[in-house]
Design a binder for this molecule. Sequence first.
Ligand SMILES: NC(=O)C1=CN([C@@H]2O[C@H](COP(=O)(O)OP(=O)(O)OC[C@H]3O[C@@H](n4cnc5c(N)ncnc54)[C@H](OP(=O)(O)O)[C@@H]3O)[C@@H](O)[C@H]2O)C=CC1
Ligand SMILES: O=CCCC(=O)O
Length: 333
Amino acid sequence: MPSTTTFWSHIPRPMVMKRFSAPISSYVSAGAQGITDPPARVGFLGIGIMGSPMAHNLLKAGIDLTVWNRTKSKCDPLISLGAKYKPSPEEVTASCDVTFAMLADPQTAVHVACGKHGAANGMGPGKGYVDVSTVDGDTSKLISGNIKSTGALFLEAPVSGSKKPAEDGQLIFLTAGDRDLYERVAPLLDIMGKSKFYLGDVGNGAAMKLIVNMIMGSMMASFSEGLLLSEKVGLDPDVLVQVVSQGAISAPMYSTKGPSMIQSLYPTAFPLKHQQKDLRLALGLAESVSQPIPIAAAANELYKVAKSQGLSDQDFSAVIEALKSKIQHSETK
Ligand SMILES: NC(=O)C1=CN([C@@H]2O[C@H](COP(=O)(O)OP(=O)(O)OC[C@H]3O[C@@H](n4cnc5c(N)ncnc54)[C@H](OP(=O)(O)O)[C@@H]3O)[C@@H](O)[C@H]2O)C=CC1
Ligand SMILES: O=CCCC(=O)O
């Protein structure tokens, strides 16, 4: 068994950047020292739970924004605030310097980037494509290859943080790919987020994101077990939430989601179907390096049960319902 120092020492340290504190006007102004001018025309593909507030924050900061979404009506609030609209990803990328994409899953990210009238068709030298969707490394590399074959630059930049951090411009970007594009879009990432990590080659951002969400999915499943067990042994689960929130395992998601979980309410911030997708992709990542991840694998089974119960579009905290049905099943035996 190698010593801890030897075990980790070959891993290069990422570059971590905190948000600039200066207002956007100082990034845009010519000659701002040490700060790259942000792209003038910015596109945004995928106006869902996350894409909508992210695009909104860019617009509020005065960015010239063009949007597209499969369901056009979701673009309407942004259009009413001054965003432009184009009817295909290709037309967005053709009219913009840099385009962000925030899409559901690997299949969708590939379809929107590389399909008919997809983003790659409008790309070319001098342009950039930033995919902020949560996908696996192979998908990201496929999209990168298609974008870069046009002469454009590619950055993967999945985000940690959910609906509220997206609204508050408090996301954490996990970026990898073309360093020049990273520098160029840094002021835009600073509008939408509180920090950003540059992790090197395409695939590293995706891997980091999947590992974070693998941990999160297991934590939520474990928290759900605790809530139900506390009730079963006659304790008040609200008190459990308070105790957890004051100790070493305190996490914002327990204190924010715990009270509604106790009421069997799951207002969607992070859809359960996406959490299960991330666990599935994390299992693939672990498989690629032959590492067992038994806890995440068990959690994944619970999310699959919750999906089969019709809870895909509820918040991922609805995984507790899968446990409830297991308990009921064991009680009827
Ligand atoms: N919600 C969260 O807390 C977080 C989510 N993420 C990740 O961000 C990504 C987006 O998540 P979120 O915004 O929550 O999800 P949503 O389900 O709200 O949005 C998904 C987006 O993908 C689009 N889409 C889905 N299928 C297709 C398709 N076949 N063709 C074209 N567009 C399609 C949707 O369009 P339409 O509106 O037409 O359905 C929508 O714009 C996911 O990868 C997720 O894992 C990352 C961090 C946090
Ligand atoms: O991918 C979703 C992440 C949600 C979160 O970080 O709170």
